[in-house]
Write a protein that binds this ligand. Structure first.
Ligand code: MLT
Ligand code: MN
Ligand code: ZN
Length: 309
């Protein structure tokens, strides 16, 4: 039996709740050339909240992958995530892919006493445990489960998933956050979702395409990938900051060493950039960078984008 939108009832559905990198687009304190267009209400730059997706097999039981500071607005905008009765939420689990503020701050908005399971790597669970403010997620209500890398688990509603190490970087508030950039471990992870033999990957932060990561993504049906910067020195050139993308732990899109080139030979059916920084000119709908990315087979995620696997 089909559904109104033509997808099979057991299709894996993914909602992009937020497509921007840390800070959102436009960012509260930024009037770079991209943000300026968004502040003016120019339809060429659609505002985006910070990166998070929701996934479900049955449309009733949902898992959030990351929990952005705007999670309340994201829930409000997506009827699938509205409560079905007094004190209810279809969100039954949250999986974290990193410890940066844009991944975790929304957890503080999920503190009102409705149970869910909070999945994260052992390292990320320790980070949350070390930050007392997260104790508002009381242990008798929110179950915290440490994820083993490369180990399948069943998310609410039967979604098969596993997390894996991605070359990444410690969160900005961690001591020594600039050390070990690009190391693979529990600090930064990606998630693989599998349904009916099809594979989807969500990798919102990635410092470099390691051989192991390239092998994993090869032949995937859908990859949502780190789209933070267009070029490595973008923040410096625009006078917005002093860090390169490499220092931030993000592989940039363009150039011979960029993600567009690196993922090109991997035979991925559908490639989507997410976690896009407000400085990234790819956000301009008909701009040269957008056309270049699209010609290379990439889509640019936006809040409200839906993907069916
Ligand atoms: C990043 O992806 O580099 C972070 O979101 C930075 C931040 O927390 O603002
Ligand atoms: Mn981020
Ligand atoms: Zn900006």
């Amino acid at each position: 039996m089909g559904t109104a939108d033509g997808s099979s009832p057991s299709a894996l559905r993914l909602l992009v709740l937020g497509a921007a990198a840390g800070g959102g687009a436009p960012q509260w304190n930024c009037r770079c050339s991209v943000c300026a267009r968004a502040w003016r209400g120019d339809a060429e730059v659609v505002p985006r909240t910070q990166a998070s997706i929701a996934v479900s097999l049955d449309g009733e039981r949902w898992t959030l992958i990351d929990c952005a500071p705007e999670v309340l607005a994201q829930i409000q905008r997506n009827p699938e995530l509205h409560p079905r009765g007094p004190r209810h939420s279809p969100i039954e689990a949250v999986v974290l892919t990193g410890g940066d503020i844009d991944h975790i701050a929304g957890l503080l908005s999920l503190r009102e006493g409705t149970p869910f399971t909070l999945y994260a790597s052992g390292e990320l669970q320790r980070t949350l445990a070390d930050n007392r403010v997260f104790d508002v997620l009381r242990p008798e209500v929110v179950t915290r489960t440490a994820l083993e890398l490369d180990t399948w688990l069943i998310l609410p509603g039967g979604v098969e998933a596993r997390v894996f190490a991605v070359p990444g970087k410690a969160a900005l508030y961690q001591p020594g956050e600039g050390e070990g950039i690009g190391a693979e471990g529990e600090t930064t992870v990606g998630i693989e979702l599998c349904h009916a033999g099809r594979r989807l990957y969500y990798v919102p932060g990635c410092a470099r395409l390691s051989p192991a990561l390239a092998a994993r993504l090869e032949g995937a049906d859908v990859v949502l990938f780190d789209g933070t910067l267009w070029r490595d020195d973008e923040l410096i050139r625009e006078g917005l900051g002093h860090k390169t993308g490499a220092r931030m732990g993000h592989l940039s899109m363009s150039g011979p060493d960029g993600s567009i080139a690196a993922l090109a030979p991997l035979g991925i059916r559908r490639k989507v950039f997410v976690h896009i920084n407000n400085s990234n000119p790819v956000l301009v709908e008909h701009g040269a960078e957008r056309r270049e990315a699209e010609r290379a087979g990439w889509e640019i995620a936006f809040d409200g984008m839906q993907i069916v696997l």
